[in-house]
Design a protein around this ligand. Structure first.
Ligand code: GRG
Length: 291
């Protein structure tokens, strides 16, 4: 069921992106950009957005631009993450990384163009939310992506290599590197649903916890996952001396930590009853996934 839902949402977002890029002036970077963002990846952040929309009875047409924008930022971060100056990977989503296929300079430019495309998509005329909501969402997306978010988290991740960091330092790095974009996924939907300032922040924090859980699952896959299913090399974290919870406290303890985190997240969703069913299913998939 969940895999079907992910696939359906991925196709919807891919179609939106194909159309959006087609409606723009063609450019020499369109091909590597599409290679990096379309027809690849689980598009799980989009599913989280649409699941959260169900909690507030929001229709897909109010959220589709947000989904597409978040996938542009996510794919941008992966293209740059794979570069030789960062994690230096050759395979992503079961195919050559963007710099392997198109060269390093083109990958940098295609990645950066996906970053700016995200903001074009949110601010587009054909986005059925108010100007104020667009502004607020743009502000939030920039905050979650830049030095206080994923870029800052990535810098910490690289600086922490081969250093002994404590649990709170590792969690803080992972909250930024991965959690912040999930913060955006929930908080932006709360903005569209016109929730109060306090509620928006709470949904953001909840998103961040889900993102942290997602990163922990990613770390588990690095240890026990199959390269073929995951679509990228595994068993890299230990070799590279990455600061992960697993490398600090061991696989079993990290697993216990993740299950406690899942329990707390589900407790917070309880009040939404049946409306939160889809989101809960996706959260369960996050921990049980093998890709
Ligand atoms: C984005 C502002 C900005 C800067 C780039 C390189 C970088 C800074 C950040 C990298 C952050 C990073 C690689 C986080 C890891 C997140 C993660 C677990 C990725 C895997 O996500 P999946 O499994 O991938 O959703 P698919 O392939 O399914 O899309």
């Amino acid at each position: 069921m969940i895999k079907k839902k992910l696939k359906k949402n991925a196709i919807t977002v891919d179609k939106f992106l194909i159309k959006f890029i087609k409606n723009q002036k063609n450019s020499i970077l369109a091909k590597p950009m599409k290679y990096g963002v379309i027809s690849g990846g689980k598009k799980i952040r989009s599913t989280i957005i649409l699941d959260t929309g169900k909690i507030f009875n929001l229709r897909q047409n109010k959220l589709i631009n947000i989904c597409a924008a978040v996938e542009c930022i996510h794919s941008y971060s992966l293209i740059h993450d794979d570069l030789p100056c960062m994690d230096n990977d050759n395979i992503r989503r079961g195919k050559p990384t963007t710099h392997k296929k198109f060269g390093e300079a083109t990958a940098v430019l295609a990645g950066s163009s996906l970053l700016t495309l995200a903001f074009e998509i949110i601010s587009a005329k054909k986005n059925f939310i108010s100007h104020n909501q667009k502004n607020e969402i743009i502000n939030l997306l920039a905050n979650c992506s830049g030095h206080t978010g994923i870029a800052g988290g990535q810098e910490l991740d690289l600086k922490f290599e081969n250093k002994r960091k404590n649990i709170s330092q590792i969690i803080d790095m992972q909250r930024k590197k991965t959690g912040k974009l999930f913060n955006f996924c929930l908080q932006s939907v709360a903005i569209v649903a016109k929730k109060s300032e306090k509620e928006k922040k709470l949904y953001g924090k909840l998103g961040e916890e889900i993102g942290l859980l997602f990163q922990l699952a990613d770390d588990f896959l690095d240890v026990k996952g199959s390269k073929k299913l995951v679509g990228k090399p595994t068993k890299k974290d230990k070799k590279k001396g990455k600061s992960t919870l697993i490398n600090l406290i061991g696989y079993q303890n990290a697993f216990k930590y993740a299950y406690k985190l899942r329990k707390n997240i589900l407790l917070k969703l309880k009040k939404h009853g049946k409306n939160a069913k889809d989101l809960i299913d996706t959260i369960d998939f996050i921990l049980e996934r093998n890709y």
